[in-house]
Design a protein around this ligand. Structure first.
Ligand SMILES: NC(=O)c1ccc[n+]([C@@H]2O[C@H](COP(=O)([O-])OP(=O)(O)OC[C@H]3O[C@@H](n4cnc5c(N)ncnc54)[C@H](OP(=O)(O)O)[C@@H]3O)[C@@H](O)[C@H]2O)c1
Length: 305
């Protein structure tokens, strides 16, 4: 399903992944309010269609169009890339927002009972109320890292055709910070951007999965509690830095939205989706000549460590 709107050639075009709900949906709304034409993507046509109807009802200035995108499906990615090229001949902003948490919550967050908890206590509740399986760990790496990487590769040619420094915002997380990995060798490898390669990243992720399956995460210095999610975001951060070096004409950055009230956090977060999204949009709309290869935590430049 694809909507149709007219757009002058000077209008900036954005693609947002995983945009049928949560932070992604709000990112679409804020970009469209800023006059950007947004391709709202979702893996499920029905959920995507409902999202687009909500935004269209707001009469946003930039306009929104739906296109299906399952980021773990090569043919779906190729169809989106083809659509963007044929329809716009360029892409100005790619927001890689789609992700999974890789966990199953073992109980509901009772807002009446726990609503008064502070940030740390909410996070602690979340960390201690999840189940993590090998299957979910594999899905998490396939979605958050490999899926996102494949979307970037497919859309790179149209991003390079942007006349306003094509931008990629990889929605990352505080959980991707290197300080959480106590294995010093792994941490150094991920931080050694002069020498880090995609192949080395693949090897690290394979090793992580082996350790996960063997129940040897802590023994090998990986962080437990949302283990696969953390590694997927650390790998995405590293890939962001590799790509920023490889493509200096583009602005390629990571953005941590904050701890946000969405389905991913079972609404335990402390920020609204609007607030989380504005931390992402801010990075996507940085003025020309701005930073690249940088990690932004809630809108501020911060350390990958
Ligand atoms: N919430 C937080 O506190 C927080 C903190 C740090 C970082 N983040 C990051 O912020 C981003 C958005 O998270 P959120 O909190 O808004 O989560 P959310 O409400 O669970 O939304 C996740 C979105 O990703 C989509 N998605 C998942 N797998 C996909 C796939 N294979 N292909 C295409 N779409 C897929 C989901 O689609 P379906 O509806 O079809 O499942 C949904 O639209 C994520 O990158 C997350 O890691 C969130």
């Amino acid at each position: 399903m694809e909507g149709s709107i007219a757009h002058p050639s000077s209008t900036r075009i954005a693609v947002v992944t995983g945009a049928n709900k949560g932070i992604g949906l709000e990112v679409c709304q804020q970009l469209a309010s800023a006059g950007v034409t947004v391709v709202l993507t979702a893996r499920d046509e029905k959920r995507g269609g409902e999202a687009i109807e909500k935004l269209k009802a707001l009469g946003l200035s930039g306009g929104v169009i739906f296109h299906q995108l399952e980021i773990t499906d090569a043919s779906s990615i190729a169809a989106l890339a083809e659509f963007v090229k044929a329809r716009f001949g360029k892409l100005d902003i790619l927001v890689n927002n789609a992700a999974v948490a890789g966990v199953e919550y073992i109980q509901e967050f009772d807002h009446e009972k726990f609503g008064g908890l502070d940030f740390d206590k909410r996070l602690e509740w979340m960390m201690t109320n999840v189940l993590e399986t090998t299957e979910a760990a594999k899905e998490t790496l396939q979605t958050n890292y490999y899926g996102t990487r494949n979307v970037i590769k497919a859309l790179l040619p149209v991003l390079l055709l942007s006349s306003s420094e094509g931008r990629i915002v990889n929605v990352s997380s505080e959980f991707g910070r290197l300080i959480l990995i106590s294995n010093e060798k792994v941490r150094q490898k991920l931080n050694d951007i002069d020498n880090l390669t995609e192949e080395a990243l693949d090897e690290l992720l394979d090793k992580f999965l082996k350790d996960f399956e063997a129940g040897a995460l802590e023994a090998n210095g990986w962080s437990s509690g949302f283990a696969a999610y953390k590694v997927s975001k650390a790998a995405l951060n590293a890939y962001t830095r590799i790509m920023a070096r490889r493509h200096p004409a583009l602005r390629i950055n990571c953005a941590h939205p904050g701890y946000v009230n969405t389905q991913m956090t079972m609404s335990t977060g402390v920020l609204t989706p609007q607030e989380g999204a504005s931390n992402v949009v801010k990075v996507g709309l940085l003025p020309q000549g701005g930073p690249t290869g940088v990690y932004f935590a809630q809108g501020q430049e911060a350390s990958f460590l």
